[in-house]
Design a protein around this ligand. Structure first.
Ligand code: EPU
Length: 338
């Protein structure tokens, strides 16, 4: 394990923020992870996965541990299902393509989500009507305090909308090392109802889609709306879609009858933050090198040399304006490293 000093993190976060780590180490095995977590020469440690859901606003005065364990293993299978165990450092989309090549179904709607598999459970990633929890079986994680390997069932992960145990009670206490998923080998259950998927399939004259067709449709939709982090720094949705009470919703929808919304339950409604931000006049706006994406207002972008604080200031401006205009508080979805 080579420890680097004053190491630039620009290539390790999809926002492309040029912050430095005081110390930096790449970890490729669970044993090395346990060893470095127990190393008392570095009292402050910071875990870095794919860097796709974070905004770094200052240099990190710690040992940054980059999780790079690889491997995808078929643990169990019968005629109908396959259970695969994926090591935390595997790129999410690369893993989705691996499953599609083998005709394993369940991940096609979550194609092209940036980031690594090990961080997927933390915020229960999701897209186009499917969330990680729909295919999740369990995960393994090293407890930072005693370096023991702990097994988590799906229930123990307490998944919610962009939320889990690892964002709440378990925050900063575990490092996920592998994730086990249950996928279909036949009778795939397709979810094509969400938004533009059916339209995209129809546009390509696909009447009897398979999982690869759905994946390709999702890839096309994402490419048309979401910027490629390799070309334009970003972290996907910067904000969560706010969930409001029925009472607040009734007042809101009376004043904004054209607003899109999803009913979460009898008592709760979700409003697309992208719509609120667009209506507040921010879509496509640029302030120095920080901006709001022109095709999806939920995404903040770095045009080149924006600092983390410039992006954060823009986020605050947006939060204030949406609050002023609609009386609704939107919250960041990305982890703010302050
Ligand atoms: N909308 C606007 N203006 C915009 C963006 C959206 O009016 O600039 C409206 C759309 O017209 C639509 C509604 O908002 O009526 C929803 O838009 P979209 O289908 O693009 O989805 P979203 O709610 O904005 C969520 C996820 C995305 C995920 C998509 C598709 C969150 C925070 N975001 O976005 O996830 O890809 O649904 O499932 O839940 C991510 O987490 O990084 C991410 C990209």
């Amino acid at each position: 394990m080579e420890i680097h000093k004053n190491y630039s993190l620009k290539d390790y976060n999809t926002f492309g923020i040029d912050a430095k780590a005081k110390f930096f180490v790449e970890i490729t095995t669970v044993e090395d992870l346990q060893c470095i977590l127990g190393d008392t020469r570095y009292p402050h440690k910071f875990i870095l996965g794919g860097g796709s859901n974070m905004l770094i606003t200052k240099d990190i005065d710690a040992l940054v541990i980059h999780i790079d364990m690889r491997g995808i293993f078929i643990e169990n299978e019968d005629d109908s299902y396959a259970e695969i165990r994926v090591m935390a450092g595997e790129n999410w989309h690369g893993m989705v393509l691996w499953t599609l090549e083998r005709n394993f179904g369940g991940l096609e709607n979550m194609s092209l989500i940036p980031g690594n598999t090990g961080t997927a459970p933390i915020q229960n990633i999701g897209a186009y009507g499917v969330e990680l929890k729909d295919v999740f079986v369990s995960c393994e994680a090293v407890r930072r305090a005693d370096q023991k390997l702990v097994h988590f069932t799906k229930e123990e992960c307490q998944f919610g909308y962009r939320d889990s145990f690892f964002k709440n009670e378990g925050k900063d206490e575990y490092v996920i090392t592998s994730v086990t998923l249950k996928l279909t080998k036949k009778n795939h259950v397709l979810n094509t109802n969400y938004g533009a998927i059916n339209e995209e399939l129809a546009r390509n004259n696909i009447t009897d889609p398979g999982i690869v067709d759905v994946s390709n449709a999702v890839i096309n939709i994402r490419n048309s709306k979401l910027p490629n982090p390799k070309e334009l720094g970003n972290s996907g949705s910067f904000f969560k879609n706010p969930i409001i009470s029925k009472e607040v919703f009734e007042d809101f929808i009376a004043k904004n009858p054209e607003a899109p919304f999803y009913k979460v339950s009898e008592e709760e409604f979700k409003i697309p933050a992208g719509w609120l931000i667009e209506q507040s006049g921010f879509k496509g706006k640029r302030f120095g090198d920080a901006g709001v994406h022109s095709k999806q207002a939920l995404v903040l972008v770095n045009y080149g040399n924006a600092s983390g604080n410039e992006i954060l200031n823009l986020a605050h401006k947006i939060i204030e304006e949406v609050q002023y205009k609609f009386g609704i508080t939107i919250q960041p979805e990305v982890n703010l490293i302050k």
